[in-house]
Design a protein around this ligand. Structure first.
Ligand code: NAD
Length: 493
């Protein structure tokens, strides 16, 4: 089986470790590819290449914005041209339904287009300043941060890569990218595209390997100016601690336990369907998943009955067959999800449906879990407090708006939240009170390249996407100009 390698300084190369890692199709447990398994020395080489590209050559950062934009547009075109292949790759690698992978590919191409457009728009400002030293004028300009390390998780392999690589490159940085070791295949394809469109050597480097062996160096190295990370809160804390050495800039997109608040006046059928999208989309492996449904007591029984009816009717199977729900990404994640389910049962939550591994028919060898609903959950239960990252939802009830808000915020996380009601003023009031970075009214989970994405509290800091997403990868420089050169007489009083 051919081994996929690192891409460092414009060359494909195997890890110095000589080791390889198997990539598994979670729908059947079969090995679908081999990738090189990097160690810290590979990351050091990639960092050195990025450093030379940024600080010595400077070809990319000095390239005029519109020319950088042209290359990003060619990347977007190449992603679109390989859309079918990339969607199949992420489906086989991650387990998600093919149509969801197709959406990811479209979004990834659109993300490169968005930042290609944004980098050509006005940035910085011009300031009227005081004249204590004589007439002065000030302006600010945006510059790339330098060498940026980007680390992503396995739930949206290509899309998470695009969210970070598109703005980082648009801004003129040199990057080292480490995708999740669990789902590395579409990242390799993306770097083939970078090579094909002719990004200057060293501008974008790819390191394939595990977090502790290859990723830690990216967080700790003093030659890295910025690290942005999407993944679990625990790993985010490790990365933030490692980054302290040179006070590199840090961006963290972490986990969540997000509330989906449903009032009695909501359109019930709509709320049920969005709640399903909220927690069963992508097998529930979504950082913003609406994994806590807070429902007004008077409609709880009707809502739960309908949600369970529709959950039971979901088709489960290999992503390539385009079911409603595919496989959990790995055997390890399957065990984790089943462990959460067992603990919820032990702690007294009422299992309404699912709650078991799904092994029927062609799912026998894969890592499938049935969509799972727990009712009568209480605030002390782990199922209410801990991120599951699987198709499992906890139901709690409230009787007043104030109680709903208090319950929504009763979590260390603050990534997302949703509100369902036909009372517009109430929707706005509740959303305003939810301490989270991404919120939805009468929908759940739609995400847009144009709007900023990120968390409050232990869901991290910094923003992906939108204008804020570009600003993350930029420094702002102040330029002060003396409009009347010559002595000012300060020391002659
Ligand atoms: P993870 O934290 O285990 O791994 C994420 C990445 O970090 C992987 O590439 C991994 O190799 C790397 N890593 C692990 N240890 C490292 C270390 N010590 N130093 C450097 N890198 C290291 O997360 P995961 O299991 O891949 O993904 C699931 C998590 O990601 C969930 O908690 C989910 O909520 C979160 N997530 C958040 C967002 C968001 O936008 N907030 C989006 C997607 C996923």
């Amino acid at each position: 089986m051919e081994v996929r390698n690192n891409y460092i300084n414009g060359q494909w190369q195997a890890s110095v470790s000589g080791a390889t890692r198997e990539v598994i199709n979670p729908s059947n447990g079969e090995v679908i590819a081999l990738v090189t398994d990097s160690v810290a020395e590979d990351s050091k080489q990639a960092i050195a290449a990025a450093k030379a590209a940024f600080y010595q050559s400077g070809a990319w950062r000095r390239m005029a914005g519109p020319k950088r934009a042209d290359l990003l547009l060619r990347i977007a075109d190449a992603i679109a041209a390989r859309a079918d292949e990339l969607a199949v790759m992420d489906t086989l690698d991650n387990g998600k339904p093919l149509r969801e992978a197709r959406c990811d590919v479209d979004d990834a191409a659109a993300c490169f287009r968005y930042y290609a457009g944004l980098i050509t728009k006005p940035q910085g400002g011009v300031y009227e300043v005081s004249d204590g030293f004589g007439p002065m004028h000030a302006y600010s300009m945006h510059e790339p941060v330098g060498v940026c390390a980007l680390i992503t998780p396995w739930n949206y392999p290509l899309l998470m890569a695009a969210w970070k690589l598109a703005p980082a490159l648009a801004a003129g940085n040199a990057v080292v990218f480490k995708p999740s070791e669990v789902t590395p295949l579409s990242a390799v394809a993306l770097f083939e595209i970078f090579h094909q469109v002719g990004l200057p050597a060293g501008t974008a480097n790819l390191v394939l390997g595990s977090g502790p062996a290859a990723g830690q160096e990216l967080a700790a190295s003093h030659d890295v100016d910025m690290i942005t990370f999407t993944g679990s809160t625990r790993t985010g804390q490790t990365i933030a601690a490692a980054a302290v050495g040179n006070l590199k800039k840090v961006g963290l997109e972490l986990g969540g336990k997000s509330p989906n608040v449903i009032f009695a006046d909501a359109d019930l059928e709509g709320a049920v369907e969005w709640a399903m999208i909220g927690v069963f989309f992508n097998q529930g492996e979504v950082c913003s998943a609406g994994s806590r449904i807070l429902i007004e007591e008077s409609i709880k029984d009707r809502f739960v009955a309908r949600l369970a009816e529709r959950a039971r009717a979901m088709s489960i199977g290999p992503g390539m067959k385009d079911p409603d729900m595919g496989a959990i990404v790995s055997a390890a994640q399957l065990e984790k999800v089943l462990g959460h389910i067992e603990r919820a049962k032990q702690q007294g939550a009422t299992l309404v449906c699912g709650g078991v591994r799904h092994t029927a028919g062609e799912c026998a060898k894969g890592y499938f879990v049935q969509p799972t609903i727990f009712d009568n959950c209480t605030r002390d239960m782990d199922i209410v407090r801990e991120e599951v990252f699987g198709p499992v939802v906890a139901i709690q009830t409230f009787t007043s708006e104030a109680e709903a808000i208090a319950m929504a915020n009763d979590t260390p996380y603050g990534l997302a939240g949703g509100v369902f009601t036909t009372d517009g003023a109430r929707a706005l009031r509740v959303v305003k009170e939810i301490r989270a970075g991404v919120t939805w009214i009468n929908c759940y989970n739609p995400t847009f390249n144009e709007a900023p994405w990120g968390g409050y509290k232990m869901s991290g800091y910094g923003r992906d996407l939108g204008v804020n997403g570009l600003l993350e990868y930029q420094q702002v420089k102040q330029v002060n100009i003396n409009l009347q050169p010559g002595p000012v007489g300060w020391y002659q009083r």
